[in-house]
Design a protein around this ligand. Structure first.
Ligand SMILES: [Zn+2]
Length: 116
C-alpha cells in the first residue's frame, strides 16, 4: 500500500477528521508520488495537482475543452513540482472524507464549475 493509500484509509476510517498528509506530494492525475523528486513543471488545475509528466497531455485537454480558467497556478521553471505544490497548499495539507471533500483546505469551491 502506498503512503497516500494508507492516508486515505485513515481518512475513510475517520470520516470528517482531517488527516495531515505532511510533505507528501502525489499527482492527482496519475497518483505518482513526487514527494522527493526535484523536477520542475506541472500546475494546479482547480483543486488537483498535475505533475510534470501529466502536464502536457492535461494541458492539451484543458485547451481542447476551453477550461483554461480552471488552471490556478503553474510551477515556476526553477522550482521542483513537489515544492511548488507544498507552497501552493501551505498549511492546508489535509485530506478527509465525509463532511469535507477531497483536500479539505484546497479550493473545493465548485461554484465556478460548469455543468456539463
Ligand atoms: Zn501525473
Amino acid at each position: 500500500m502506498s503512503k497516500i493509500d494508507d492516508l486515505w484509509a485513515q481518512a475513510n476510517a475517520n470520516p470528517g477528521t482531517p488527516i495531515d498528509i505532511g510533505e507528501l506530494v502525489v499527482c492527482d492525475w496519475c497518483d505518482e508520488d513526487w514527494t522527493t523528486r526535484t523536477e520542475p513543471g506541472g500546475f494546479i488545475l482547480q483543486s488537483k495537482a498535475v505533475c510534470p509528466v501529466c502536464a502536457p497531455s492535461v494541458d492539451a485537454l484543458v485547451t481542447k475543452y476551453g477550461e483554461q480558467h480552471f488552471r490556478r497556478a503553474r510551477c515556476p521553471e526553477d522550482q521542483a513540482f513537489a515544492d511548488f505544490v507544498r507552497t501552493y497548499r501551505g498549511d492546508n495539507n489535509k485530506i478527509s472524507v465525509g463532511p469535507l471533500r477531497g483536500f479539505a483546505g484546497w479550493d473545493t469551491d465548485d461554484s465556478d464549475r460548469e455543468e456539463p
